[in-house]
Write a protein that binds this ligand. Structure first.
Ligand code: KIV
Length: 273
């Protein structure tokens, strides 16, 4: 298999993502939370790695992303950064760390950048927290916005259903996307919105739009690694493509190991000193 990404060994920067959009090359993005998986994903040629607060769900077993703390996301960010050589690494600002107090938001943002060494941050929200995002960008920190379904606001929505089907919410989404571009965000994640709305936004703004459940007319795609590898079988939204059934593969391997121990097949002579 020969692809553009595997031929290009240069470090991916926010500038390179914009170049990809400009020449119509799709951008690949996937989450990672630990050293080993980040290493595999980076070496496979991923353009961008998201240290998502979805770690709260898939790593810690919480029902929502809300419990994720600044210290926890920094721990995940540090682990990922030890592995990654090429991909652009974006770290999520956890719930409550960027919510209407620009000075405090900047402090949290600086902590993440200093302690992880990541390349950029992702922040959920538009107009309501625009002053926070401006403050962070003015300190030289690259920010990716996140609009549409914002999991940190799940208690406000009360449902994980598709967002912005109604005109009013769709119009606000377009306004927010333009605003994020205006203040200097280098990209925007759009989550779980109608494909035609995502297309309109992608054509309206000049910065890269990365979709998750936002159709194919965007500049790139992001998925949660555990979901696309089929580690967690209980999550199967329409937008998810499962590339493996690791749950089954791992279960079989573990059962095989148990059986080998019980039957005294493991370890054998070659595996002994
Ligand atoms: O935290 C996360 O994994 C995310 C993706 C769903 C985009 O924000």
């Amino acid at each position: 298999m020969s692809t553009v990404v595997q031929d290009d060994k240069r470090k991916v920067t926010t500038h390179r993502l914009k170049e990809k959009k400009d020449r119509g090359e799709k951008i690949s993005m996937l989450t990672a939370y630990d050293y080993s998986m980040a290493s595999v994903i980076d070496q496979a040629g991923m353009d961008a790695i998201l240290v998502g607060d979805s770690a709260s769900n898939v790593m810690a077993g919480n029902v929502t992303t809300l419990p994720m703390t600044l210290d926890q996301i920094i721990y995940h960010g540090v682990s990922v950064m030890r592995a990654v050589k090429r991909a652009l690494v974006v770290v999520d600002m956890p719930f409550g760390t960027c919510s209407g107090n620009p000075e405090r938001s900047l402090e949290a943002a600086i902590r993440i950048m200093k302690e992880t060494g990541a390349d950029a941050l992702k922040i959920e929200g538009g107009e309501e927290i625009i002053e926070d995002i401006k403050k962070i960008i003015s300190a030289g920190i690259p920010v990716m916005g996140h609009l549409g379904l914002m999991p940190q606001s799940i208690n406000k929505y009360g449902t994980y259903t598709v967002r912005a089907r109604e005109e009013e919410e769709a119009n606000k989404l377009v306004r927010d996307a333009k605003l994020l571009e205006q203040i200097g965000c280098f990209g925007i994640t759009l989550e779980k919105i109608p494909a035609q709305l995502a297309k309109k936004i992608t054509e309206t703004v000049s910065i890269p739009i990365i979709g998750i459940g936002a159709g194919s007319f965007v500049d790139g795609q992001v998925l949660v690694m555990h979901d696309m590898l089929g580690i967690n079988n209980s999550f199967s939204p329409k937008f998810l493509r499962k590339y493996e059934n690791l749950n089954e593969i791992i279960t079989n391997a573990v059962k095989h190991y148990i059986a080998d121990i019980k039957s005294n097949d493991f370890p054998n002579e070659n595996e002994s000193y």
